[in-house]
Design a binder for this molecule. Sequence first.
Ligand code: PHE
Length: 344
Amino acid sequence: MDEDFIGIKNAAISFILEAEDLKSLEETKLQFLGKSGKLTLAIKGITKLPVEKRPAFGILANEVKNAIENALEQQEKILSQKRKSVLLKKIDVTNPGNKPLLGNLHLVTQAIEEISEIFKRIGFARIRYPEIDWDYYAFTSLNFPENHPARDDWETFFIKADPDKKMGRQVLSPHTSSGQVREMEKNKLPIKMLNIAKCYRRQSDVSHTPMFHQFEGLVVDKNISITHLKGTLDYFVKSYFGKERKSRIRPYHFQFTEPSFEVDVTCGVCNGYGCRLCKAGWLEMGGAGIVHPNVLKAGGIDPQKYSGFAFGWGVERVLMMKQGLELDDLRLLYSNDLRFLEQF
Ligand code: PHE
């Protein structure tokens, strides 16, 4: 019996000392101390012994068990230490870490923020209005006679719902001008507002998307004239496009302004000389004008006492005009293609 125990102990210890990693140490432990391990089975032999021999057997078995457990513990320490230093050698702490991917604001959102900031500096407050609006705010209150074909210029999406007696049908707001009379109805003068919003028109080709953005300024106060409009236009053009860019206004027609203008900016590519991108040196930015007296009246403002100017320009358009950015297809802006969007 004694010899069996000594044999088991020596065998166990030699295996333990030979173990080269924690895994084989664990295997050795199972082999000797596991449920059907060598030492476990030997200890079970106690039942076959006469009672008087059992105490001495028990003492010896315990000694052997302790010795094996101690050796296991020692060796485990050594191997863990060894593993740590091997791992440390493998890790190059001077390597650059993994950079988390960073997103960025959409090109159009960036432009909207920049435009808002420019107008904020001269006191324009940003206001928002519903994207689904009444025909009344989009057209009738803006001096469009009932059923006037001028509505067609806006290629409007109509909502399939019963019309309201006063407000008419519901529409997807086709321009930011729908906010003009809504703002006047607040009964707070003077007005100096900037309405940047999504607009919807039935159009889809390389230079038009069914949804796009406009930014609209409306100023109503005493003695407002075209000079204020021209000054604001110039300030915006110089702030957004750069000091070297010039602006001009050209006569045009809108129902809700009188006189009405289209505003142009010198082309950033040829600096006003004329190139493939522009019309004889100029790029068109959008509409503007002096608020029509009928529109002031619709908003409850006395046109004898107050006057105003308004402008409505396209966000996508100014964005493209900024660096003479030439997009083959405007729809790229909204196709969620990261290869395109990540460039900005
Ligand atoms: N709402 C006009 C458009 O969408 C632009 C405009 C705004 C014109 C304000 C004059 C005054 O074309």
